[in-house]
Design a protein around this ligand. Structure first.
Ligand code: GLU
Ligand code: MG
Length: 601
């Protein structure tokens, strides 16, 4: 998550003096990078995933988050390159992130190698756990912020977050992370306020009385679960994918092509039905993170519609005719920009590229949140530090990434998915997105829809049980290349969208057709068997034949003898749930424990 520079981080009162300096030099750095790499062509199609884990201690019937991040990562960083694994820190001190060391390529074998590599990463990292520690992949830890939820004697109301639930020492010890948290709080002038609707079960009091909350803050309703620290959001885990485009335009086209898919994949990967020990009336983590890093002041909220962590605001392709002839129709929401930055970009050579100017200028309405004193003055020709400072704290559903150096090209990141319990599922989600990206490029498919529809779809992705209860806008004619024809948009279920219906071809049938079309290298049987399993898994999750992780967690809680049907997840329920998810993730009896998620696999 972002840039880990060494040095002395400035507190907000100091940072605020340098925000324009960082913006100005960030753009100078970007312009140098554009100059250097704008003509790169024919970069190979490469891709890679990021998996986020939590470390949980399971012993004596108690589950607590383990905080040995530094020890564990210190060892993992020494793993030989030949293992093709890489580990990184994440926001929570109980989190670890992994990626393949080398990216995957366009070969068919890559589609199988991914799962093998994911399993390898899990096995390697698991070697450095104590006998009671376990590496678990679940997107929101149910008891985060409840009682003695982590291996710490630290107390709440610490100076960094001032949270009444979460001690500061569950935050990664690298100074970037506590500083990010306290500077967000100081910039907005008060603690972050995160609310999600509570799920009303048969015995949930009406109005609901939050057992952990002494005084309900002004503005928080009795229907809401309230949280007050960045960790409630950035302590959640996701699955991300990055693609290298053939050129800057290739990466921009892919950014636009995948953006409409983000709410759909968020909803299908849903795995977060519990926050701060309370069952929520939503299944995904997204708006929790969005609120957890929202540094806008109350006044700014009146004019800046979105948090820094949110769905994208504008498409960016320069070459797509459908977009370019109907830009206002598709880029249909107000996009705030920074006038100075717009000017700087235009004067710096982008006067004929309004969509790219808008995109970056829009990121640069935000202030830098963490500045290291020693890094204030940089060699702008060779550093991207100031640019990355702002770029990597605009956490949107997609990210367009300039080359960091000559050996890496222009890239596009797909960021919505929730992490799944098993490497099989994580690989399935990744491979389907990779194949969709390939199908879109090969068949020049068009998913463009107004950005306001994607925003509406993001809301739908937050409906509880989105498979059965939500509908999402889609462009019906994805094969439509006729820029003059009038596209038709319709709200469909995830089943219709993934599996297709009379009116809509369906995402998975598109991929299946692509796989059947002639390719220079025929698909080996081992690859087609694996890929068919992945497609079947997503197809059955979308149709409701198999449960999403969130639905399965709800069922587990609902049938637990300790559950009083009052929306409260007890320590015992949490222990049993996390123990089960740990078993599922490590492959022990996975399809017997969670039949409703895996039947037939
Ligand atoms: N953990 C965050 C999430 O669940 C993402 C952090 C990152 O960008 O790596 O979306
Ligand atoms: Mg991460």
């Amino acid at each position: 998550m972002g840039l880990l520079s060494e040095g002395t981080p400035l507190q907000w009162s100091e940072v605020s003096k340098y925000v324009d300096h960082v913006r100005e030099h960030g753009i100078i750095q970007l312009l140098h990078t554009l100059e250097k790499y704008k003509n790169r062509q024919n970069d190979p199609f490469l891709w890679g995933d990021e998996v986020e884990y939590i470390v949980v201690n399971l012993s004596d019937g108690k589950a607590t988050l383990g905080l040995r991040q530094n020890d564990i990562l210190g060892k993992l960083m020494l793993i030989s390159d030949s293992e093709n694994v890489n580990f990184h820190p994440e926001y929570g001190r109980y989190m670890i992130e992994s990626t393949p060391l080398k990216p995957f390529d366009a070969s068919w074998d890559s589609l199988v190698d991914l799962e093998t590599n994911m399993r390898h990463r899990r096995q390697i990292a698991s070697r450095y756990m104590t006998p009671t520690e376990h590496l678990v992949t679940m997107s929101s830890y149910p008891l985060l912020g409840v009682g003695h939820f982590a291996e710490t004697e630290g107390t709440v109301k610490g100076p960094v977050t001032q949270s009444e639930f979460m001690p500061d020492d569950v935050i990664n010890l690298h100074p970037r992370f506590p500083t990010l948290s306290s500077n967000i709080r100081e910039r907005r002038g008060k603690k972050v306020e995160i609310t999600v609707p509570v799920f009303h079960d048969v015995n949930t009091p009406q109005p609901w009385v939050d057992p952990l909350l002494k005084d309900r803050p002004v503005g928080v309703s009795s229907q809401e679960i309230y949280m007050d620290a960045m960790g409630f959001g950035m302590g959640c885990c996701c699955l991300q994918l990055t693609f290298q485009g053939a050129s800057i335009d290739g990466a921009r086209d892919l950014y636009d092509a995948l953006a409409p898919l983000t709410p759909l994949f968020l909803a299908l990967s849903a795995g977060s039905p519990v926050f701060r020990g309370v069952v929520a009336d939503q299944d995904v983590r997204w708006n929790v993170i969005s609120q957890s890093v929202d540094d806008r002041t109350d006044d700014e909220k009146k004019t800046i519609p979105k948090s820094r962590y949110d769905s994208i605001d504008c498409y960016i392709s320069r070459k797509n005719e459908i977009l370019n002839q109907n830009t206002d129709f598709y880029n249909d929401i107000p996009v705030l920009t920074n006038d100075k930055v717009t000017e700087q970009l235009r004067e710096g050579g982008l006067e004929n590229d309004p969509l790219l100017v808008q995109h970056f200028s829009h990121y640069f309405i935000r202030d830098p949140l963490v500045i290291f004193e020693e890094l204030l003055d940089q060699d702008d020709k060779n550093s991207m530090d100031h640019f990355e400072n702002i770029q990597t704290t605009n956490w949107q559903t997609m990210r367009f990434k300039p080359p960091p150096n000559a050996s890496i090209g222009w890239r596009t990141e797909f960021r919505p998915c929730e992490i799944q319990f098993t490497d099989f599922e994580n690989a399935a989600f990744c491979v389907v997105v990779v194949l969709l990206a390939r199908t879109i490029v090969a068949n020049k498919l068009c998913f463009y829809q107004p950005i306001s529809q994607i925003d509406e779809n993001m809301k739908q992705a937050h409906v509880r049980d989105p498979v059965h209860r939500a509908k999402f806008w889609v462009r019906l004619s994805v094969q439509d290349q006729d820029k003059d024809s009038k596209p038709v948009f319709k709200q469909l279920t995830l089943n219709d969208i993934f599996n297709g219906n009379d009116e809509y071809i369906g995402l998975l049938p598109l991929v299946r057709d692509y796989l059947k079309s002639p390719h220079s290298e025929p698909l080996p049987e081992k690859v087609s068997n694996k890929v068919n399993q992945y497609l079947d898994l997503l197809s059955k999750r979308a149709s409701g034949e198999l449960d999403t992780a969130a639905t399965w967690i709800r069922k587990f809680i609902n049938s637990h003898p300790d559950y009083k049907h009052d929306s409260i997840v007890t320590e015992k329920i949490n222990f049993d749930l996390v123990t089960a998810i740990n078993k599922i993730g490590s492959g022990e009896g996975w399809n017997t424990i969670a039949q409703s998620m895996f039947r037939g696999f």
